[in-house]
Design a binder for this molecule. Structure first.
Ligand SMILES: [Zn+2]
Ligand SMILES: [Zn+2]
Ligand SMILES: [Zn+2]
Length: 233
């Protein structure tokens, strides 16, 4: 189901329209963008590659940035072609990224299939938890850090790849210490990625998502308020 929202500025009347858009690349390698509906979601799930489009704004250089997040990709299309098709779509400033679940083998660089996806957490006593369910199913304990684990196996090289993506670092631990702790809990090769926020590709400042109560991008005095919101499917 999609949401279409119209915002307006309480001071200058500036209007902003936002909708949940998706994209997909069809069998003929053509790219499509549409609002998220039952119909478009079906086309996306039958396509060569698909994902969501998220809109960001940079208050420093006054640019809108579109994040194309590829969440599905078949083996019939190369990663490089997906990137090229998205870049050629229009003149908007884009950040193209692939979901954390995608991984290439560190040795032969081939794409490796995802075998396992789990949630993990380390509590303040250093105890390691790993579970199938989402990490919000962990009881309301105080964790030093939590994240997602992705397990892969490269048949060509006979190597296991363990990837840990940190989603919350409550204890503000240094990257090197997190890595050390994770390496204590796995014997195999470990890839470690810290999930970080996007920065503006033009000026390097932090990007913001515009929504209710955001400072108006035009006058910078008023706040954005929702004028109209429509749900559709
Ligand atoms: Zn390999
Ligand atoms: Zn910027
Ligand atoms: Zn305004």
């Amino acid at each position: 189901m999609g949401i279409h929202t119209e915002y307006s500025c309480s001071e200058c009347g500036f209007k902003l329209v936002d909708s949940s858009d998706i994209f997909w690349i069809d069998d003929e390698k053509k790219i499509h963008v549409d609002m998220q509906t039952v119909d478009s979601s079906k086309k996306a799930s039958d396509s060569l590659a698909s994902g969501g489009i998220y809109k960001y704004y940079c208050y420093n250089c006054d640019n809108y940035i579109f994040n194309f997040h590829v969440s599905r990709k078949s083996g019939f299309i190369e990663k490089e072609l997906v990137i090229q098709l998205i870049e050629d779509l229009d003149d908007n400033i884009k950040i193209i990224d692939f979901d954390n679940k995608f991984q290439s083998c560190i040795h032969c660089r081939n794409e490796v299939p995802l075998k396992q996806e789990k949630s993990f957490a380390i509590d303040n006593k250093g105890e390691f938890f790993i579970e199938d369910s989402l990490y919000n199913d962990f009881d309301s304990k105080q964790f030093d850090f939590t994240g997602k684990y992705y397990g892969y196996y490269c048949r060509d090289c006979g190597k296991q790849i363990n990837k840990f993506v940190i989603l919350e670092n409550n204890a503000n631990l240094e990257d090197s210490l997190i890595k050390e702790i994770l390496e204590d809990h796995t014997n195999d090769l470990t890839v470690y990625i810290n999930d970080s926020y996007f920065t503006c590709p033009i000026c390097g400042d932090e990007l913001q998502v515009l929504g209710e109560s955001s400072s108006c991008p035009k006058c910078r005095v008023g706040l954005l308020t929702i004028e109209k919101q429509t749900l559709f499917d």
